[in-house]
Design a protein around this ligand. Structure first.
Ligand SMILES: [Zn+2]
Length: 232
């Protein structure tokens, strides 16, 4: 049985198969994560090969044959790999983002597709890579339905403010007040709460305007990675 359909995809990774063929992992708008086999992909020269470099976005015609997915043709593509490769910091960030995405996003969901597409676009346009990365992680956590509770204590439900806040707990998935916490965890900084709230809601075009100190970015990045690996 053969099924032909149009879709958009972002390339997560590319690997060589034998001496001639290629296999790419993509995340598509409609069907989510897919592996595509490209026979003779290592030796043919066409826009199909340029389009299938990691980080690139393309739209095209896909074909299922006996449970395997093939690319029939590319309609349009945007080469994001090229501008990203021009700056080592941007490239490393794109690599980290694709890695995290490939690891944690399993199911098809258009919202995840849009998050990744926008993140790579804005990264290629030169927006601050560190801020884009924590913005990506916060939104990934939110879209995965595991965003931490920041307004109430997870133990006694008291409303959290700067005075009674003790700790943002990874295990409890939210804040603990001073009465409920023994305060032995590391991420006990109130400013992180406000950053998390801000990044959850901020649109991509306003990211440029956000002002975060490097120290706070590092702290938040550490927290978000630990949070993801604990909850997903
Ligand atoms: Zn409490």
């Amino acid at each position: 049985m053969e099924t032909i359909f149009k879709d958009e995809a972002i390339v997560l990774r590319k690997s060589f198969v034998g001496d001639f063929d290629l296999s790419i992992t993509v995340y598509t708008r409609q069907t989510g994560k897919e592996n595509i086999y490209i026979p003779k992909g290592q030796i043919i020269k066409s826009n199909l090969i340029t389009a299938t470099e990691p980080f690139n976005w393309f739209s095209g015609v896909f074909k299922y044959i006996k449970g395997k997915l093939y690319l029939q043709e590319i309609d349009t593509y945007r080469n994001l790999a090229l501008p990203l490769a021009k700056d080592i910091n941007r490239f490393n960030t794109a690599f980290d983002i694709n890695f995290v995405f490939n690891r944690y996003v399993i199911f098809p969901d258009e919202k995840f597709f849009i998050l990744l597409k926008k993140t790579l676009y804005y990264l290629s346009e030169g927006v601050n890579p560190e801020i884009l990365k924590i913005n990506f992680l916060v939104k990934l956590i939110y879209l995965s339905g595991i965003f931490p509770e920041l307004d109430k204590c997870q133990q006694c439900s008291v409303k959290i403010n700067q005075k009674n806040f003790s700790v943002l707990s990874i295990e409890k998935a939210g804040c603990l007040c001073i009465n409920c916490s023994s305060n032995r965890e590391k991420f006990n900084n109130y400013s992180i709460l406000n950053l998390l709230k801000k990044l959850k809601n901020i649109s991509f075009k306003n990211i440029q305007n956000i002002n975060i100190q490097k120290k706070e970015i590092e702290k938040l990045d550490k927290f978000l990675n630990a949070y993801l690996s604990h909850h997903l």
